[in-house]
Design a protein around this ligand. Sequence first.
Ligand code: MET
Ligand SMILES: [Zn+2]
Ligand SMILES: [Zn+2]
Length: 408
Amino acid sequence: MTSKGPEEEHPSVTLFRQYLRIRTVQPKPDYGAAVAFFEERARQLGLGCQKVEVAPGYVVTVLTWPGTNPTLSSILLNSHTDVVPVFKEHWSHDPFEAFKDSEGYIYARGAQDMKCVSIQYLEAVRRLKVEGHRFPRTIHMTFVPDEEVGGHQGMELFVQRPEFHALRAGFALDEGIANPTDAFTVFYSERSPWWVRVTSTGRPGHASRFMEDTAAEKLHKVVSSILAFREKEWQRLQSNPHLKEGAVTSVNLTKLEGGVAYNVVPATMSASFDFRVAPDVDFKAFEEQLQSWCQAAGEGVTLEFAQKWMHPRVTPTDDSNPWWAAFSRVCKDMNLTLEPEIMPAATDNRYIRAVGVPALGFSPMNRTPVLLHDHDERLHEAVFLRGVDIYTRLLPALASVPALPSDS
Ligand code: MET
Ligand SMILES: [Zn+2]
Ligand SMILES: [Zn+2]
């Protein structure tokens, strides 16, 4: 569908653009406005609405469409409400205006990650309700804060709450990533984020001298070891066409700190790394490897973790998993090609899977460049609307999966 005058815009697109205008941007998201938006949606759709404050000021909003068989586990449709910051000067349009160009592209922070998905869930439920459907399993939509900074005041706390257990989630959907081809990517596992700060200490002194045992030279050794490992993983990915990005471990050097003056050799310097560890890695051995790189650099080099996820899980993508069977059957019926992959980044699905709920990462955007966290993040309205169609088919199938042993 191409763009028409605003009076002819599809109401689902109008709602999407309204949500995009709410400034839930890190580091100071307007969560109050987002919660009010979802409360209003619940009122309009006649859905149950529960607010769970997992930390002061951090509310998870749960919208519920009850199923006809309360003994069955439920379907959890999760989305985060926060978005990452922007470099406004690099955008063609104000990232919080949800500008739509003459071709139908909607420009906004969150257009792909992941405000599209929140509205697609809501609009699919609205359509199905309006058509008078009921399904055996309850559908819960959770709108959570804090994902973009790690989920520590969001899903990580929510999964530990009695309110989460009371949802009795049997299966969950959360975000995926756009696919530039005709196919749709679906994620069945994730790499584990390890955020590592290496601190090097050494002899301070006058910077005109050939100082020995300096913090900088030891830090340099660690940086070299880690970047050599990065190169090795990159080559492994490049040389094997069967490997996708999420199947190897990545690392980037993201911060360098230390020093006070040009002519003073500092006693301390640090380097920060964002590792994304593949799910098949032996975590203990990998941590020992990191430690040994530090030790090999010399005395006084230590590491600390700012984030260290230790519970990777894999959701099976074969017909032994009835949720996968239902999901993939719908895609097949709709002639959608699926590309199952390991999520290279981290999403709230890691917390959901870790408490035993099978989950897939899926944002139905094909023929769309990957622009999450990028300048000019945008989504075509036709792709967005097709996504609503896809959920309108997926939800009946998932919410009608017959009773499972795990339901009792
Ligand atoms: C590692 S915390 C998660 C934040 C974000 N989703 C990322 O993958 O970087
Ligand atoms: Zn996201
Ligand atoms: Zn993101």
